[in-house]
Structures are given as C-alpha cells and as structure tokens.
Design a protein around this ligand. Structure first.
Ligand code: SAM
Length: 376
C-alpha cells in the first residue's frame, strides 16, 4: 500500500487537492477523472503503473505524485517529451535560470512565423493559431533551445515549458486541425514560459519513459497495474472524419519538438506525415475488416489480451466504436471485473455499478466515461 491511503475524501475518493498536474488542452485528457482513477487503483495492491496512452501525462503525473512507480508511454513525441520533463526532471529549481534565459531571447522572423503567425490588425482571411508577435518569440526560443547544448531532460523541460506557454495563448478550439476566425482573447497575451511543475522525488524511484506503439512497448514492460486509455473511434457512421485523430490534431506540437521544418499542406498547414494514411492509429480506425469486425474493437480485444499486468483499469467513453456487448466479451475473455465507475460529465455524477446488465444499458448514453477495474 502506498501514499494513496492519505487524503481520502468523504466519498472514499482521492481528492485531486495536493495532486496538481499540468497539461495542454487535449481531446480525451483525463484531468476530470484523476480522483476516480486513483481511488480505483487504491482498491488493489499495486505499486507500479504502466500508462501506455499517456497523452498529456496527467494520469502518469497523478500516479507518480501518489507514490507509484510509473512507466509512461505513448506513440507521440510530445507525450514522451512531457513525461521526461515531469517524471524524470526531479527538481524544478534546477531549471529556473534556463527558463529565465529563454524568456529573454530576442524575437526573430523564422519558419514558424511564416507558417503559423497572423496579424491581429489586418483583415486577412488566412486563419492562424498564434499572433505574429508570439511566433517571432517562438522562432527565437526554438533556435536557442537547439544552440544551448542541453541534455535530454533539460531539453524536454525547455520544450514542455515552451509548449505549455504556446497552449496558453493559442487561437484554436483545443487542437490544430483548424483555427478560429476571430482571434481568441488569450491570443493577445504575450508568450511567457514558466518552470514546469516537476515532481520533487527521491532518487530511488525509477520512473520510465518510452515512446512507441502500445503493442511493442507492452512486450518489454513489467508493472502491477496498467491504465489503458486508447482513442475510441467515433461510432457516428455518417461522420467518420469527426473522430479524433491525434497525429493530425496535434501536428504542431510534433513540429515544435522536432523543429524539422516539414512540408505542410491544407489550410491548417499540417505536416505531411500527419496525414491519416500515414499516421492514424488502429484504435482510431472506423472501418470493418474483411471478416466484418470493427478494426478498433479488435484492437481493444488484442490489447486486453496482450497486456501483462495483474490488474487493468480500462477507460471507455460513450460514443466510441465498441458497443457494451463488445466490451463485455473482450473483458470477460481476459479476466474478472472488480469494479466499474460511470462518470457523467454533464450531470457531474459518479456512480458505482455492478457487473450486470445495468451498465450495458447505461453505456449507450452520451458524454459518459466508464472505468473498469479488471483482474487478469
Ligand atoms: C485518449 S488519449 C490519452 C489521454 C491521456 N490519458 C490523458 O489524460 O492525457 C489517447 C492517446 O493514445 C495515443 N495513441 C493512439 N494510438 C496509440 C498506439 N497504437 N500506441 C500508443 N499510443 C497510442 C495518442 O497519441 C493519445 O495520446
């Protein structure tokens, strides 16, 4: 048992107080579910957690702050960068002068300004994610980060700080597949970097950070518990493009990290390697295979089978490709459900559910998140 046994609230849920996490705006971020995920994990005896769809890394950060050893992984390079910063950075004090220095770098006109900077006072019809005064700062700071000869963790801290600062002043609805017609009010603010809220940790705790496809990474990881939060392809048959595609939604974070000035296309100036044909995840697939089964549902089944941890917490959002029947059979094939939580965002209600038909009918609702605690 670990530090989780402190700070339980009246409902037996770990409160997020004192468990601050940082993250960009991200479709599917589990910020609002952190207390539920932690309280489910508290029902079992796990000490290490594998988070292979780590995204913003908020869940990884929350587990690490609660005393678990965390193995964070995702196939996106931004998530790897955040995880190195928050889990491996150790001491925020060490980075104060670096961040101060980056804030003092003179703005310049460069590649980011050319492709993503817009003027607030012209009536140009071209929509851009940031005002030019801020892309000029971005151009200067991004060049400087490469010139400083930083080690891997220092560079991850600098890039995480830069991305968080850019996220605070963007003119988007939370992703970079399209930009707003009118400048958002936050986009008028100046780009300003802050030291990330890195964990103060004792050197004995050995968190790990990986990047890669979950099926590859899972082969070389050992942990007690896995928190599985894959993308869920939309079940809206008429609007397959409405599904979330992470590589295309967050292409700009890839480019800020790689600084590789890629070829871009379309009105949003997306990097060419973020096209669906190249970058889509099997979990985002909306089609059926030759045998008539949904590819995304098969991927969830395979995932549950291949994960080698004793316990799994599986996240599921209503509106996803899998039906309740699919999920029930996938879970039953690999283990026993110990607990289910239903979190209705709109009603702000959390309910415990039994492993009965009760949840099968509930799961067809909209805007509801489910957490399944499974023992394999
Ligand atoms: C629902 S989001 C996870 C959100 C995360 N739990 C959070 O709170 O920020 C799904 C994540 O899965 C990642 N992903 C999608 N397919 C993947 C795959 N095949 N292997 C590894 N990661 C994948 C995406 O990059 C995305 O960050």
């Amino acid at each position: 048992m670990n530090a989780l046994h402190q700070h339980l609230d009246l409902f037996g849920c770990k409160t997020p107080l004192g468990l601050s996490t940082e993250g960009i705006k991200y479709v599917g971020s589990k910020l609002k579910l952190l207390s539920h995920i932690l309280s489910l994990a508290d029902e079992i005896d796990a000490e290490s957690v594998f988070d292979p769809f780590s995204g913003t890394t908020r869940v990884s950060q929350a587990f690490a702050r609660s005393g678990y050893t965390v193995i964070s992984s995702d196939y996106s390079v931004w998530s790897e960068t955040f995880a190195r910063c928050y889990l491996l950075g150790r001491d925020p004090e060490k980075y104060k002068s670096l961040i101060q220095h980056l804030n003092s770098v003179p703005p310049v006109n460069g590649w980011f300004t050319e492709h993503y900077g817009g003027c607030p006072d012209t009536s140009s019809s071209i929509k851009r994610p940031w005002q030019i005064k801020n892309t000029r700062k971005l151009d200067g700071i991004r060049l400087e980060i490469d010139h400083l000869g930083l080690n891997e963790i220092e560079k991850s801290v600098a890039l995480t700080s830069l991305i968080q600062a850019l996220d605070r002043i963007d003119s988007t609805i939370g992703h970079f597949a399209s930009y707003l017609k009118e400048w958002s009010s936050r986009s008028h603010n100046d780009l300003h970097l802050k030291v990330p809220d890195i964990l103060h940790q004792d050197a004995g705790i050995a968190h790990q950070v990986h990047r890669g496809d979950v099926f590859d990474v899972a082969k070389c990881v050992s942990a007690d518990l896995a928190y599985l939060d894959p993308p869920y392809g939309s079940n809206n048959e008429k609007m397959p493009p409405s599904r979330v595609r992470y590589a295309s939604y967050y292409h700009l974070w890839t480019t800020v990290i790689l600084n590789d000035q890629p070829d871009v296309f379309g009105a949003a100036n997306r990097r060419v390697d973020s096209r669906d044909q190249v970058a889509a995840s099997v979990f985002e697939e909306f089609r059926k295979n030759d045998e008539g089964h949904f590819v995304a549902v098969e991927a969830i089944e395979k995932l549950l089978e291949q994960i080698q941890t004793k316990w799994i917490i599986l996240s599921y959002s209503s509106g996803g490709r899998a039906t309740a029947k699919d999920l029930r059979s996938a879970i039953s094939n690999v283990g026993t459900v110990l607990d289910i939580r239903e979190i209705d965002y709109q009603k702000n209600v959390m309910a415990g559910m039994r492993w009965t038909d009760e949840w099968v009918s509930a799961i067809e609702k909209d805007n509801v998140e489910y957490l399944f605690l499974v023992e394999k």
